[in-house]
Structure formats: structure tokens, C-alpha cells
Design a protein around this ligand. Structure first.
Ligand SMILES: Nc1ncnc2c1ncn2[C@@H]1O[C@H](COP(=O)(O)OP(=O)(O)OP(=O)(O)O)[C@@H](O)[C@H]1O
Length: 227
């Protein structure tokens, strides 16, 4: 199982003029959990996700993935951690529109170590097929539908075989049927493949299939429960 366990302790993230953006005294998630994060606009959901990926510096505290405190690492090491262990899915798929689906799915091969490139291409193609897309297609990604593009983005996130999947409103740009399908697929990746999923989402369909849902308000966790 590739999943990673998360443990947060005394985490504080601050913005301009020292404003508190996130304050999480203690929080833990077991490897292979599908966690949904919800809360009103400005509650700190994206900041929370970014802190989990080491994309924002912590003013204090620890963010440990399998015991490794990424908040204590210098940026190059955090970037290496992200490349090695984290897959991202965004609200807007953020594909390179002029590239084909398999090229987008394997984009990590451009940045990762040379030795792993063939594996990234192979996994990208396999994931596209698994998600119902033809891995032999050469047409531009902007010719795909919104639902298909989001599936290409999921294939891209999985091509590096990440232990951790971070998603920011992954279903928000999709119609109901595609949103339901994607929510099920993301949770399946946690349950069947053991990846740890943290999905910021206001989609009740995603909350319903997650193992756990937390509420954020003013940068703090206010509720933490099974759905
Ligand atoms: N670097 C920063 N400096 C100062 N303030 C920031 C910074 N980054 C975010 N903020 C503020 O922190 C608060 C939380 O932002 P965040 O994007 O995490 O909220 P969110 O819950 O994801 O909101 P939304 O649902 O609208 O995307 C907001 O008020 C935002 O303006």
C-alpha cells in the first residue's frame, strides 16, 4: 500500500502583517483515508491543502507525512517531496491544451529523474485507459469534454504513483454525472489503492463517499466527523 499517514502539530500559517490564516493544534489522518475538507469562502481550505504539500511556509509547527516533517525542510527538499509523493488535482484541470492526453498524463516525466520517465509514461497511459480514455489518441487536450479533461488531470496526478492525492474542488467544474463519477474514482483510489486523499470540496456527493469530513472556519478545524 503506498499511502502516507499525516500528523499535524501546532501548525500556524500566517499571511501579510502576521494575520493568522491557519491554526491547527493537532490533527492526524491514517494512511489510505479519504478526507474531505469543507468550509465557507476564505476559511483557509486552500491554505490547508497548500500547507500539506509544503507550498506555504509554516510560521510554527510540524506537518509530518509518515513521520517526515515537511514544514522543517528547505524549499528544494519540499519540492522533491512533492514530486516524489504528491499528486494534485485542481478545480480547473490545468492541462497543456496543445498537448495530447497521453502527453499531459505523462508531463511529470519532463521534471522527474530520467530513470523514471518510461514508468511515468506507462502509468499515464494505463490510467487514461482505466479512466475510459484512449491512451493512443494524439488530438489536442482542448478538444476533450470537461469531464474527460478532468479525467486526464487525474491520470496525470497518478502517473508518478503518489502516496498522497491532494484535490482542490475537483468536481466543481463538472456536471452532476461526471462529478459523481470523479468523486467515486478519487475515493476508490484511497480505498482500493491505499492512497491518502485530501479533497477540498463543497460537493455533498464527495462528502457522502469520504471516510471523514472536516469543517474549516477562520483557519481552524471546527468539526471533524465521519459523514
Ligand atoms: N499569502 C497570503 N497573504 C495574506 N492573506 C492570504 C494569503 N493567502 C491567503 N490569504 C487569505 O487567507 C484567507 C484564506 O484563504 P484560502 O484561499 O485558504 O481560503 P479558502 O477557504 O480556500 O477560500 P475559497 O473557498 O474562497 O477558495 C483568505 O482571507 C485569503 O484572502
Amino acid at each position: 500500500m503506498p499511502g502516507a499517514a499525516l500528523e499535524i502539530e501546532g501548525l500556524s500559517v500566517r499571511g501579510a502583517r502576521g494575520r493568522a490564516l491557519l491554526d491547527v493544534p493537532r490533527f492526524a489522518v491514517a494512511a489510505g483515508t479519504a478526507l474531505a475538507v469543507r468550509g465557507p469562502s476564505g476559511a483557509g481550505k486552500s491554505t490547508f491543502l497548500h500547507a500539506l504539500a509544503g507550498l506555504v511556509p509554516a510560521a510554527a509547527g510540524a506537518v509530518r507525512w509518515d513521520g517526515e516533517d515537511i514544514a522543517a525542510l528547505p524549499e528544494p527538499a519540499r519540492a522533491a517531496f512533492r514530486r516524489r509523493r504528491v499528486g494534485f488535482v485542481f478545480q480547473e484541470h490545468l492541462l497543456f491544451e496543445e498537448l495530447s492526453a497521453p502527453e499531459n498524463a505523462a508531463i511529470a516525466a519532463l521534471y522527474g529523474p530520467r530513470a523514471g520517465r518510461d514508468a511515468v509514461h506507462g502509468r499515464g497511459r494505463d490510467r487514461l485507459a482505466e479512466l475510459g480514455l484512449d491512451p493512443g489518441e494524439t488530438r489536442r487536450s482542448d478538444t476533450y469534454s470537461g469531464g474527460e479533461r478532468q479525467r486526464i488531470a487525474v491520470a496525470r496526478a497518478l502517473a508518478t504513483d503518489p502516496a498522497i492525492l491532494l484535490a482542490d474542488e475537483p468536481t466543481a467544474s463538472l456536471d452532476r454525472a461526471n462529478a459523481d463519477r470523479l468523486a467515486d474514482e478519487l475515493v476508490r483510489l484511497a480505498h482500493e489503492e491505499g492512497r491518502t486523499l485530501v479533497a477540498v470540496s463543497h460537493d455533498p456527493a464527495l462528502h457522502a463517499v469520504a471516510d471523514r469530513v472536516i469543517d474549516l472556519a477562520d483557519g481552524r478545524i471546527t468539526e471533524d466527523a465521519a459523514p
